[in-house]
Design a protein around this ligand. Structure first.
Ligand SMILES: *Cc1c(COP(=O)(O)O)cnc(C)c1O
Length: 333
């Protein structure tokens, strides 16, 4: 199977599994799991934050971040297409009574600060209290410009807002820019990382921030059911990923670029950012392409825009196969 639907489909490698099997464990709810503690310390070190928290999923990491930043009746400003607005089942509103204020992102994935400024509510009993700006990096594979991150940081300082980054794929951004993680994460109060996407672990995300924030977030993690016991077997996969699977994200970006070039040569309208390729296909081709590929053990996220995501379980040879089958599909029409 060549699975390009998402980078979440990666399976743990034999080396990662063996790190998991030999992990030292304890009860993490008591703070006793040495491997979880090591992973949290490593994430804090890499990002220049004081502390980190290991959680089962990125959705829960974002939820816990929002619950910790905002009280009932507060609001966060967020992108209209952002994961933690649109794709997390409204958790902040359902569970936190936190109001989202979505705004349209710019072409480069940033939220224009003049639009953010216009969305901030004055201190008036008619309005929710605007507390937080939430950005996403990468956004649809796009790397937010570092200059923008710096501006957003000083903007939020001027407006007494906290700044959270949904950094599910923030390592893709760091690797694409050839910068250490810390040079991106210095411009936020808190951010998340997904270990279970391009970094290749089966489970796990991290929320990073200052020590007091993470201590408060620990209570929300417990309340939302994310306090795991001998979680060291999962954290070991995370430590393995941080050590072995970060720099190789560049291969995924190179593979995505190559795939986009190849599809472009077939006159397909494509765009590519980091590990994501988006193909705009004639609508009548979408369903037949999906079926054609599926019959050949190739999975794509087809739709109005078809998405192909590269990751550590698809190599160049697999992508050559995809291009070959795509050519055959077009020739047969
Ligand atoms: C995948 C993803 C998440 C979290 O997803 P989980 O499947 O809950 O781990 C959050 N934000 C973005 C941008 C994502 O792509």
């Amino acid at each position: 199977m060549i699975d390009l639907r998402s980078d979440t489909v990666t399976r743990p490698s034999p080396a990662m599994l063996s790190a998991m099997v030999s992990a030292r464990t304890g009860d993490d709810v008591y703070g006793d799991d040495p491997t979880v503690n090591a992973l949290e310390a490593e994430a804090a070190r890499l990002s220049g934050k004081q502390a980190a928290l290991f959680l089962p999923t990125g959705t829960q990491a974002n939820l816990v971040a929002l619950l910790t930043h905002c009280q009932r009746g507060d609001e966060y400003i967020v992108g209209q297409q952002a994961h933690n607005y649109k794709y997390e089942a409204g958790g902040a509103a359902v569970l936190g009574s936190i109001q989202p204020q979505p705004i349209e992102a710019a072409e480069d994935g940033s939220l224009p600060l003049d639009k953010v400024a216009a969305a901030i509510k004055p201190d008036d009993i008619h309005f929710a209290r605007t507390r937080l700006l939430s950005l996403e990096n990468t956004f649809g594979g796009k790397v937010l410009p570092v200059g923008y991150l710096a501006e957003a940081w000083s903007f939020t300082r001027d407006h007494q807002l906290a700044l959270h980054i949904d950094g599910a794929r923030i390592f893709n951004a760091a690797v694409a820019l050839d910068l250490p993680l810390e040079s991106l994460t210095r411009y936020c109060d808190t951010f998340t990382i997904c270990l279970s996407k391009g970094l290749g672990t089966p489970v796990g995300s991290l929320l990073c921030g200052d020590a007091d924030f993470i201590q408060r977030a620990r209570r929300w993690r417990k309340m939302t059911g994310g306090g795991m016991r001998q979680a060291g077997i999962l954290a070991a996969a995370g430590l393995y990923a941080l050590e072995n699977n970060v720099m190789r994200l560049k291969e995924d970006h190179d593979n995505a670029r190559w795939l986009a070039e190849q599809l472009g040569e077939l006159d397909i309208n494509v765009s590519q950012h980091t590990n994501m390729v988006f193909a705009q296909l004639p609508p009548e081709q979408v369903a037949p392409l999906k079926a054609w590929m599926q019959a050949r053990n190739i999975l794509l996220s087809t739709g109005p825009v078809t998405r192909l995501v590269t990751h550590l379980d698809v190599d160049r040879a697999a992508l050559q196969q995809v291009v070959k089958q795509w050519k055959a599909f077009l020739a047969a029409r």
